[in-house]
Design a protein around this ligand. Structure first.
Ligand code: FMN
Length: 294
């Protein structure tokens, strides 16, 4: 499925939308959203996710239920929720798939906002009638953004410092931690890393770190101590890693830099408090494109 707008542009223009037009989407737009959901079901680690478009006033056993977001989301008539069987790297695959979906929704002129904490998970589990062995790691509202942000939305953004991102030298490294990756500008072959830097993350903690070594990009998780307790049984920062993978992969493909995800035994690149997750291995014939100024 092609993007209408270049994905690097979509990533730059995306933001969390918490204030929606209460009119909702036209039936044809709802149909298009469902099509996007149906196209994204299997993550790079092999977990399968079933995504659903859920109306705010879904009916369970004859009673109307209003999907609760603790007042964080205003006006949205629909939500996208995904259920996935608990397994290895469940949240990684979930984050990767839902972020791809969300970029397609942005491409269609719709707004989204990752919700990992501020929604009533058990209510949604009832609506979807999920079994014991599955989890709903996160959801997103979907709909047309309201013309302006609400005061509450502005306050939430200020609280999470949502308009800021960490600088390159804290996130990306050359061969080993402690040796920041030099880059000439935000263009060229290192653009996928800039797309990781711009990714959304829970509470904007930006826990991803990447070490480049020849044609491999090793992705690490720098966990925020004590974070994530608000969503029991869900590794929220693994969702962040999956989102980063989606940004890196989509922008690499757009630049014509092909590669694939692999879990590699690459030995000694370690740093206390940072855990290795996965590597992107660029295809050999793309390696010559990988000079920092490339
Ligand atoms: C996994 C994940 C969970 C999130 N959970 C919530 C949430 O529960 N409530 C909320 O208002 N925002 C939530 N956010 C949105 C982040 O606060 C937001 O992405 C971050 O502040 C950066 O802002 P931006 O998305 O506008 O770039 C979540 C984001 C991610 C990636």
């Amino acid at each position: 499925m092609e993007f209408k707008i270049p994905v690097t542009q979509l990533i730059r223009q995306r933001r969390s939308v918490r204030n929606y037009s209460p009119d909702g989407m036209e039936p044809d737009m709802e149909r298009q959203v469902r099509e996007v959901l149906d196209l994204h079901t299997e993550g790079p680690m092999g977990n399968r996710v079933a995504f659903h478009l859920v109306h705010r006033k879904s009916a369970i056993a004859g009673q109307k239920v209003k999907l609760g977001t603790y007042g964080f989301i205003k006006g949205a008539q629909h939500f996208v929720a995904g259920e996935v069987k608990i397994g290895t790297f469940t949240e990684l695959d979930f984050g990767y798939l839902l972020e791809k979906i969300m970029l397609y929704l942005v491409d269609m002129g719709l707004g989204t906002c990752w919700l990992g904490g501020t929604f009533k998970r058990s209510e949604l589990a009832d609506i979807l009638n999920t079994s014991e062995d599955v989890v709903i790691p996160a959801i997103t509202p979907v709909g047309y953004p309201a013309p302006s942000m609400s005061r509450r939305e502005l306050l939430i953004r200020k609280g999470a410092k949502s308009d800021q991102r960490k600088p390159w030298n804290e996130l990306f490294f050359d061969g080993e931690f402690g040796k920041p990756l030099q880059h000439m500008d935000n263009e060229g072959s290192l653009l996928p890393l800039e797309m990781v830097r711009l990714a959304p993350s829970a509470s904007n903690k930006q826990p991803w770190r990447v070490v480049r070594s020849e044609n491999n990009f090793h992705f690490y998780l720098n966990r925020t101590p004590g974070y994530g307790g608000f969503a029991p049984n869900v590794d929220i920062q693994h969702i962040d890693m999956g989102i980063a993978m989606a940004h890196f992969e989509l922008s690499s493909w757009e630049l014509g830099i092909e590669g694939s995800w692999k879990i590699m035994d690459h030995g000694k690149v370690v740093k206390k408090g940072t855990e290795y997750i996965v590597s992107w291995q660029t295809n050999d014939d793309c390696v010559s494109n990988l000079s920092p100024s490339g």
